[in-house]
Design a protein around this ligand. Structure first.
Ligand code: ADP
Ligand code: ZN
Length: 716
């Protein structure tokens, strides 16, 4: 029995003779005075005295967790070093779905109406039901604009009766042959290959490598269509922010129905319905963020990971895992094909292609022709704006030209808020978060405030400097998108501009509204963070200006160069997606940096090769392996003591080195003091065994937190 709790492993229970269960069945069991739901994992440990075991209470009326899902839970647990129950919890994240769907109770008019005192309110309710379908009590009261007591009174008087409807049906199934697009020659070659793989099954990994706008989505839709024809289920993983109304609209047009979305912000009732219909094999296509990988598909036949290079596939808390990598594992366990799509594949994937483990399908041309955008670096040392301004003269000129031709432009700055730092002009004091090692970011939209981007702490800008008590002495340093918008508005007063960040685009509806405004030419200029960098297709957008191309290169992140290249390449890809050619200006202090040089020359593969060589020389991923260990404690002396204990316990192992403890760059987060270790090993080293051996030797105090991050992406 495995319980969805962060316990060490499976527990044994006794099965009463009256119960028949098989592996994967969901059962209720007693645990510490409570009733818990777990999954039958196997026959249990031999030789345990039956009398010492507790009885399984009951078997739930739910199809079993598929065998492949159970193997997947075990594999992810062994790899990430997270307890198996913690991984299982991701696979059964909607406990309510384990009960069979309940019929829905609605109210209808009674067959014969009793004698009634007819108030206007009562009459409205009865009229509504006479004309329309039965509906729930709350809905009925709302639509008739009456209080709930009116509805209750009518029910008590016998004028209404309760009717049970079956649980709501799912939407229509996506159809593989609903609308087949005309593919170009190039696209057809790739699509045929993927269709074959989806048709014959068997494990394979294919990278769909194509420039933005080359039709990668159209091509992998053909593989989805084939899996549907085969009667299999499909899951498409997208980075959270790329799941757009545009994408859903295209899916709908191709397949005649919507896929089932899956992410953490969906209402519970919807999550419950989707989980249940996935395990029953009724939902055919799920589109979602990384957690959709853990849905209990009994008949999964294809996985697609779109934007496979995206760092948001890495989950950073709870069970720490990379959904792209685990998706490949899930495909292998299920013996099915997986498609990774990207215009800027990760170095991990490129390396796997070189070694022959993954296949590759190229789409080198944009659909409908069109040249790639012309990219130019603006050297901020010689062509930069005056201090306190962020638009260089060449960028201003390009913007003016674009607007004069009626084109749209986008300015990219990956910084929310007004200014990333506020300091006192008199004494130099900088306003910092009281709970984190981080500066407070000033925000002016909505209600003006200072905000910590790490923990969400908020405060008003103080009247006087907390250090020198001088009033009104604060100055904003550096730009955020809000400050940039201010400069643009002063420079181009008649411009219609929109700022797109996670503060302004608070949900899919807001994003959709913005997209419609852009498509409808109601907006001339979009100022945005990475939220706008990918996935969108704006035909009239011809100019992209990157305000600070160097921003992502600072700091000690292993993938800083790679990720900066990918992000800027994606941003640049927004320009000139229609018939007019696009132009991209990168403002940088380092035009000679390999990232800028590669972007200007359009030399993606050369850049990847150089980056690969550098990583290989340093023994860094994907050529070597890393595990990060982050120790956190509210008490600084104790975090130091535990870190010393850990350092003393490091086992000896060939080729495996443990660096640290070091104070984390984010030394304090939400009041927790943080220390880091970094374990570095050759690719083939048994690093999980090493980690288990090491961590078993140290007792972590109950007030401390230890995170193990296999294949870390964050080095903060
Ligand atoms: P990518 O995913 O490679 O960026 P998309 O699949 O989003 O490319 O395609 C870019 C645009 O070109 C989309 O608007 C898409 O509808 C269109 N497109 C691509 N291929 C075709 C095709 N064969 N027929 C019609 N439109 C296509
Ligand atoms: Zn903070």
């Amino acid at each position: 029995m495995l319980l969805p709790l962060p316990l060490a492993g499976a527990y044994d229970y006794r099965l009463p003779d009256s119960l028949a269960v098989g592996p994967g069945d969901f059962v209720a069991v007693p645990l510490g005075g409570n009733e818990r739901i777990g999954v039958v994992w196997g026959a249990g440990t031999d030789g345990i005295d039956d009398a010492r075991l507790k009885d399984v209470i009951e078997r739930l009326d739910t199809p079993p967790l598929p065998e492949v899902s159970r193997r997947f839970v075990e594999w992810v647990s062994a790899y990430t070093l997270a307890p198996p129950g913690a991984v299982l919890r991701m696979a059964m994240s909607v406990p309510a779905a384990l009960a069979p769907p309940q019929p829905v109770q609605v109210l209808a008019l009674a067959d014969t109406l009793p004698e009634l005192r007819l108030t206007p309110a009562r009459k409205r309710v009865l009229d509504l039901l006479a004309e329309g379908p039965p509906r729930g009590a709350i809905e009925l009261a709302r639509e008739a604009a009456v209080g709930p007591s009116v509805v209750k009174g009518l029910l008590a008087a016998g004028a209404l009766e309760i009717v049970e409807l079956p649980a709501p049906a799912l939407g229509a199934d996506p159809q593989g042959d609903h609308h087949r697009p005309e593919l170009t020659q190039q696209q057809a070659v790739a699509a045929d290959d993927l269709r074959d793989k989806a048709s014959t099954g068997g494990f394979s990994v294919s990278l769909l490598d194509g420039v933005p706008g080359s039709g990668k989505t159209e091509v992998y839709f053909e593989a989805v269509a084939e899996a549907l024809r085969q009667g299999r289920q499909v899951v498409v993983l997208l980075p959270e922010i790329a799941l757009t109304a545009q994408w859903l609209g295209r899916f709908q047009a191709r397949f005649g129905a919507s896929p089932a979305p899956w992410h953490s912000e969906l209402p519970t009732a919807q999550r419950r319905r989707t989980w249940r219909s996935v395990i029953e094999g009724r939902t055919r296509v799920v589109i979602g963020a990384r957690s959709s990988l853990f849905l209990p598909f009994p008949e999964l036949g294809l996985i697609v990971v779109d934007e496979e290079h995206d760092a948001s596939f890495k989950q950073e808390d709870g069970v720490i895992y990379n959904a792209r990598d685990m998706a490949v594992v899930r495909a292998r366990l299920g013996d099915i094909p997986i498609v990774l799509a990207s215009a800027t594949p990760s170095l991990e994937t490129v390396t796997n292609i070189r070694s022959g483990r993954y296949g590759r399908l190229d789409l080198p041309d944009r659909h409908g022709g069109g040249e790639p955008p012309e990219v130019r670096a603006v050297d901020l040392r010689s062509e930069g704006p005056p201090s306190g301004r962020w638009l260089s003269p060449p960028l201003i000129e390009a913007m003016a030209g674009t607007f004069a031709e009626g084109g749209q432009a986008m300015l990219f700055l990956n910084r929310r808020g007004y200014a990333p730092l506020t300091l006192c002009r008199t004494c130099g004091h900088r306003l910092a978060c009281p709970r984190c090692t981080a500066w407070l970011v000033e925000h002016r939209y909505g209600h003006a405030r200072l905000q910590c981007h790490h923990c969400g702490f908020q405060a008003a800008l103080p009247d006087v400097c907390p250090s020198c008590t001088k009033p009104g002495s604060f100055v904003a340093c550096g730009p955020g998108v809000e400050r940039l918008a201010e400069e643009v508005a002063a420079r181009f007063p008649d411009l219609r501009l929109a700022v797109a960040t996670s503060d302004t685009l608070t949900g899919p509806a807001a994003a959709e509204a913005l997209v419609r405004q852009i498509e409808g030419r109601e907006i001339d200029l979009i100022i945005g963070t990475q939220i706008i960098a990918k996935g969108y297709h704006f035909p009239l957008l011809t100019l992209v200006g990157v305000i600070d191309a160097d921003l992502g290169l600072a700091g000690g992140d292993l993938r800083a160069t790679e990720h900066t290249f990918q992000l800027l390449y994606q941003v640049a890809g927004r320009a000139g997606r229609g018939l007019r050619p696009g132009r991209v200006l990168l403002q940088t202090y380092m035009p000679e940096h390999p990232v800028m040089a590669a972007l200007v020359a359009g030399e993606r593969d050369g850049f990847l090769e150089a980056e690969a060589a550098a990583r290989q020389a340093a023994g860094m991923p994907p050529f070597g392996r890393l595990v990060a260990v982050i120790l956190a404690d509210r008490q600084q002396p104790r975090v130091e003591a535990t870190a010393r204990d850990l350092a003393r316990a490091v086992p000896r192992a060939d080729g495996i080195r443990v660096l640290g403890p070091a104070v984390a760059p984010l030394a304090i987060l939400r009041g927790w003091h943080r220390r880091r270790f970094l374990v570095k090993a050759p690719r083939a080293a048994p690093i999980q065994d090493f980690m288990r051996l090491w961590l078993a030797k140290v007792r972590i105090p109950s007030g401390a937190r230890l995170q193990v991050d296999v294949d870390p992406y964050s080095f903060q």
